[in-house]
Design a binder for this molecule. Structure first.
Ligand code: TEU
Ligand code: CA
Length: 550
């Protein structure tokens, strides 16, 4: 049977770049587009097929670019539109597409649209935002909704005598998607970027664009799918691009409403069920890490099953908002490299498109800041005020931020053991992780058994084995507390993948007989001896993939 011609984004592996922290080319301590161009060979060597580029548009950088003040300009600290065009062209020469981060649920309070909106109730831009009058009984905001980054979600503007809504805070006023004129402006801008030859979009908090404020429905509101379908018709239809929506509220039950082929909305979603399952119920991300493997693998399996025959999964543990995987799920001590490989292997060999976050390919770890002044993230600093007001001791908050805060992913990529890890010749905008002298690209790539080399093998395996892209998924050993095991099937071929998520030796009783004639196609440790009738012994954080014909 000839293999169905899969779209490029189903066979490729993605790589997310947070430009501010990737590579600084001009010594101002801030990563930039020319810095990315300088490192394209590193990415081509890794074998990735596209870059998800976090926002590089003009922005006051209160939320590091997720607060856009001009959608058709590049932020000067990142470079120019010519630099961007050069990045797209040079990446394409290396077989790498550029997928832009699109933030259109909100813009920056510095955007011209908003500045005009605050001058008059009568200008067309006023209705690009959500405004409400003060409550007659309290003269206060319409309701008590809190902003994600602290404070009220409603901000008073004296010049027009009204409140505006900002889900993340006053610095990011919500765009009113119920206004067709706003939607037209956004779609025109999107087509302007698509016509420049980008590979698609990652769409920031797409679940929020259909909100019903008066009934306090924020995510997955009544008009969301209608607006996404309109976006698809206006911008995506007929283009050879990839679109992935960020959806914190999506579940296996609603997934196909976003990415079912016939829906004509987006190709994939980033769901966060497996991420939030480890969060403290009342403290959210700033609580303790409650990771439980059986819960984790059950959620991943539910998503595999939900999208087995339609839609498509994204596969990730890390991004610019999340802690480093080796610190959060694996080991950032003696088994750092081995656990990094195990986490990658058990994620990448499922069905879907894997996303590697910058620095993950060398097993970078959480930052472990010790002083409040080291934190940069608007959410962390905003929540610090909220938690202090609730009486949370400062050290407890620092511990929570070090466990699960967003700055963990935003310390500069560690390129080598020179000052500031080779990220900049200037003063970095955020501290470099102190372990850069050992954990860096140069050291890791010099090691034939390094994490980078393992990611190369993993990505190459995806290219070599159709079963990884096209095979079905079945969870094995669902109740085993230490091991994530699953089986991929394509016609007679079987791929068995196992990963020990603990620092203890463990045993799998049932798989030995199944794989006695199997061939090891990848392992993060030399596989001694063959599986035996009595089961399989796995060393701490050992991962193995066997291939055989049933
Ligand atoms: O994140 C959406 C988002 O909701 C997360 O910030 C999440 O709510 C929070 O971290 C939970 O603790 C997207 C971007 O990925 C993020 O970087 C932006 O800050 C945010 O939207 C606003 O654009
Ligand atoms: Ca720079």
């Amino acid at each position: 049977m000839t293999k169905p011609l899969q779209p490029w984004w189903k066979t490729a592996t993605g790589y997310q770049i947070y430009p501010r922290s990737f590579c600084d080319s001009n010594g101002d301590g801030i990563g930039d587009l020319q810095g990315i161009i300088a490192k394209l060979d590193h990415l081509a060597d890794l074998g990735i097929g596209f870059i998800w580029l976090s926002p590089v548009y003009a922005s006051p950088m209160r939320d590091n670019g997720y607060d856009i003040s001009d959608y058709r300009q590049i932020a000067p600290e990142f470079g120019t539109l010519e630099d961007f065009d050069a990045l797209v062209a040079q990446a394409r020469e290396k077989g790498i597409r550029i997928v832009m981060d699109l933030v259109v649920n909100h813009c920056s309070s510095d955007h011209d649209w908003f500045l005009k909106a605050c001058q008059s109730r009568d200008c067309p831009e006023h209705e690009f935002f959500y405004w409400r009058d003060q409550r007659p009984d309290t003269n206060g905001p319409p309701d008590d909704q809190r902003a994600c980054f602290g404070g009220s979600a409603w901000t008073w503007v004296e010049s027009v005598g009204r409140y505006y809504y900002g889900h993340f805070g006053s610095q990011q006023p919500e765009l009113n998607w119920h206004n067709p004129a706003l939607r037209r402006e956004v779609f025109n801008m999107m087509n302007w970027w698509l016509d420049k030859g980008i590979g698609g979009f990652r769409i920031d908090v797409i679940e929020l664009i259909g909100k019903d404020l008066d009934n306090r429905i924020y995510a997955e509101g009544p008009d969301m799918h209608r607006f996404i379908a309109e976006m698809h018709a206006a911008c995506f239809d007929g283009r050879d691009i990839m679109t992935v929506g960020e959806t914190w509220s999506a579940t296996p039950q609603t997934a196909l409403l976003y990415c079912g082929k016939a829906r004509k909305e987006v190709d994939m979603v980033f769901n966060f069920n497996h991420i939030e399952a480890a969060w403290d119920s009342d403290k959210g991300r700033f609580g303790t890490n409650l990771f439980d493997l059986c819960t984790h693998k059950r959620i991943l399996a539910d998503w595999q099953e939900a999208l087995a025959d339609d839609g498509w999964n994204s596969l990730y543990l890390s991004n610019h908002d999340l802690p480093r995987p080796v610190s959060h799920y694996g080991c950032d001590g003696p088994f750092r490299a081995r656990s990094a490989k195990m986490l990658a292997m058990t994620m990448h060999l499922m069905k879907g498109t894997p996303f590697v976050y910058q620095g993950e390919e060398i097993g970078m770890t959480n930052a472990n800041f010790t002083r409040l002044e080291q934190f940069r993230d608007i959410e962390t600093l905003g929540q610090l005020e909220e938690q202090a007001a609730l009486g949370v001791p400062q050290q407890a908050f620092i511990d929570g931020a070090n466990t699960n805060g967003r700055d963990n992913a935003r310390t500069p990529v560690q390129w080598d053991d020179t000052v500031h890890a080779g990220f900049t010749t200037g003063q970095p905008w955020i501290d470099v992780n102190t372990n850069y002298v050992d954990v860096n690209v140069a050291n890791d790539r010099a090691d034939k058994d390094g994490v980078f080399a393992f990611y190369q093998s993993l990505i190459a395996l995806r290219d070599a084995l159709d079963i990884i892209t096209d095979g079905s998924f079945a969870l094995l050993e669902a109740d085993h507390p230490s091991v994530f095991a699953y089986e991929r099937t394509l016609e007679r071929q079987r791929l068995i993948v196992v990963g020990n998520f603990t620092n203890k030796e463990t045993k799998l009783e049932t798989l030995g007989p199944i794989i006695k004639d199997a061939k090891v196609v990848l392992s993060n440790l030399d596989w001694e001896g063959s599986p035996c009738e009595r089961g399989i012994n796995l060393a701490p954080y050992q991962a193995v993939a066997w291939l055989y014909d049933a």
